[in-house]
Design a protein around this ligand. Sequence first.
Ligand code: ADP
Ligand code: ZN
Ligand code: ZN
Length: 762
Amino acid sequence: YKVKNILSCLDDFPVINRFQLKFWDWISQYYQSVLGDVYKAAIPSGLKLESQTKIILNDEFVADITLSKTEDQILNILSKSKDVSIASLNQATGLKNTLPQIKSLLDKGAVVVEEHISSGYKEKKQEFVSLHSNFTEEEIGEILNRLKRAKKQQELLYSYLNLSKHYFEEKPEKVSSNELLKSVDCSRAILKSLVDKNILKFYFEKLDRLDHSSINTTGLKELNPHQEIAINEIQENFEHKNCVLLHGVTSSGKTEIYIHLIEEQLKLGKQVLYLLPEIALTTQIINRLKSVFGNKVGVYHSKFNDSERVEIYNNILKSDSHKAYQVILGVRSSVFLPFNNLGLIIIDEEHENTYKQFDPSPRYHARDAALYLANLHGAKTLLGTATPALESYYNAQTGKYGLVELFKRHQEIEMPEVIVADIKEARRRKMMKSIFSPELMSHMTESLENKEQIILFQNRRGYAPYLECKSCGWVPHCPNCSVSLTYHRHTNLLVCHYCGHGMTPPNNCEHCGSSGMEDRGFGTEKIEEELLSYFPEAKVGRMDLDTTRKKNAYEKLIYQFEKHELDILVGTQMVSKGLDFDNVGLVGILNADSMLNYPDFRAYERSFQMMAQVSGRAGRKKKRGKVLIQTYTPEHEIIKNVVKNDYFEMYSSQIAERKEYIYPPFYRLINISLKHKNQRLVNEAANYFANSLRKIFGIRVFGPQSPVINRIQNSFIVNILLKIEKKSSPAKAKWILNQQANFLKEIEKFKSIQINFDVDPM
Ligand code: ADP
Ligand code: ZN
Ligand code: ZN
């Protein structure tokens, strides 16, 4: 190696700590992703550095050397400005390339070149005003006198002296330019002239983007007897287990238990990470946490801008500062924050698949990664949910995790009554009101009359999943992906939910030319529209990806619903997770079958979780709630499990299937996905790859298989699935996979094939 000099030291304090380095290494190895990808995901982009070359005048150079005209011009520019980039020199001299002149100036010792490194982070600064010098009282009197004819300037100076309490305080108080200008209602030009006369001066101070304002806290709620028993069991379990699963029915008060456990950690001086699956949820929980822990709590998620994220990151990094957060509430990416003293990680709604990152790499699962993170810190992990992931419940059953169960709702409110509406029957009898069954119609009417609120759930955004020609059945598809386009009425666009492609819907069928294009199926937009036509008096809100793009959109919708400014909230899975409202009398699940029929081995488990969770939003306070499920298959075993709210029955039947068909938790899965624009080539590569894997792993290799959506953004996708026995080493299998992928890439024609690994795919 050629040793290079250190140009400069970037930070006074390392921005990454030892725990992070170990943690990121683990993510990279376990999830088979390049370390660079992990770093990219982990470090806020505002902290990432860019290098720039700057030219600086050398103070020590001897001025009697001869210079060309352009060289002279360059020196002139440099003498006026501290540091200049090559690009700006080119611009200032009007030359295409000033590099030869700069080289010659370098040789002559006139300039130095400096690599300047900067980040995207911008400090937020506030402008303040102070007296230009330490004037004596006499001098100030003279100045005021001199300003007699500039009345506005005089007034402004008086105001400054007033605001800064100049005559009363040893050290004047800070006065911001804005505050000063507002006090006398004059233009900035007046202030500027006082500065130009060297009477006042400007200075800047860094402004904290984070809110540290103190909050009135109310203290902890007293736990009810069931919660009391549960928290004791959790603590006992933590004495010999690193991880405990708290399986507590919806509204049993799991959050209150978390709050008590957090309090304990804070007393020990430890940090707590509280993970949630969805930004929408953080907006409700943050208020509950702040009302107990005040400004010791911080939030972290992707709706913050780059600079805000840097400040949150730095806040946690400097954990000894008095402003440092001790509790971080965040979504999956918060596992990457610079904790140095974690005592507890809480993973609420641990069953949620939003904890898993699909794309881009690293394809990590925040719950599983958090377990490793906790071990690094010697911390404990608490998983909480009403509907555990099969994997977690299995780990609890087999003793790997502690198991604590809570079957009573707070104040012993009964679990909601679940009613099943048979849509097949209603259609046969022509009783459907568009997408609403007669049962749902009558329950909605009743709830609205009783001034109770309603949540309607449909896991599909947009107006209609697809359009179809009435005469020939032609369906408009995305030109880049193998999916039909979803119709959005608000924007009157057909949109691809995979690549974002949008187009105006055709008036005529592109296949037969007839003019009858009809929408099929329904999404949240259509439900909203139908509600307005059947219940014109009702105030309806919609919560899905389309209505929550803006930063504070979640807060607004949740606030409106909490304050009963909305009667009905229509939404996708966003409304199904952990939200806590007081007055929801009815929850409607509009199409249970689309979840049940999803082609995935976890479809039944997920359908149960989704239905049980959204049901859990009903009747949380005071009164028992109702849930209405619309389905074509009322006799389905999962629907029956939901009606009885019988998690254990669902678990038993599903775990038996997993065992029989060799799936997790009995086997580990790794999905290998090959991608290329050329379909023939990617198929050929996948066959080759699967065959070479079969020589090593035998019958544990499945595929190659085309996924349901086998083309996204013009790339064809083929999957190979590897199942690994629990007892054999996954690390070894991963090593072999990487090696085989490298072999494949060495074959000339397969060079451009993209290979992605997804470890523990969801
Ligand atoms: P979960 O997290 O299990 O769904 P929550 O913690 O949200 O349940 O509790 C449901 C509701 O009951 C919340 O509004 C919560 O404030 C209230 N609650 C739960 N436990 C208590 C308690 N011990 N004292 C007062 N209110 C409680
Ligand atoms: Zn047609
Ligand atoms: Zn597309």
